[in-house]
Design a protein around this ligand. Sequence first.
Ligand code: HEM
Ligand code: HEM
Length: 123
Amino acid sequence: MRGLPFFCLASASLYALVAMSLGIYMGASHDHVLAPAHAHLNLVGWVSVALYGLYYHAVPTAAETRLAKIHVAVASLGVVLLAPGIALAVLGITEGLASIGSLVTILSMLLFTTVIFTGRKTA
Ligand code: HEM
Ligand code: HEM
């Protein structure tokens, strides 16, 4: 596996490692305040990005498109903005980063939806 599927699964596994480390820290410290950041790093980072990787592995014609690369770049940006953004929001520091991260993340899903529907013609 290489190219876009590899990038997705490699980055997703790194998100999982960071999110699980945070989960272990929360469990050990009995301080669950960062649970929403942990949850979304796992779900928007590990689970969603791994699914993108498996999709692009299953549909190589879609993975080769420019739109797919833009989608993965925007999705990656969304993860690295949203998860720390949620942490800052629940700590009461700022909601700005979470707001930007959520808009970038939903934009990435719009791009993925477009990839799926336009990819039907070639897949
Ligand atoms: C080493 C692995 C993991 C550890 C030690 C861990 C630990 C934790 C802890 C301590 C909480 C807070 C629970 C609470 O406050 O009630 C939590 C919440 C959560 N975790 Fe994990 N977790 C792990 C992996 C995962 C994975 C792989 C996922 C998803 C793919 C996940 C999804 C969630 C979600 C969605 C919540 C929020 C649940 C809620 O608010 O009701 N976790 N986790
Ligand atoms: C634009 C993307 C997203 C935004 C802005 C968002 C926002 C939120 C918010 C505001 C909450 C309530 C948190 C709280 O009460 O502490 C929440 C909870 C939750 N979300 Fe999301 N979410 C997003 C994407 C997702 C995705 C893609 C998944 C699953 C694949 C997901 C799974 C969950 C779960 C399981 C909870 C309950 C656990 C918790 O309270 O942390 N979210 N989300």
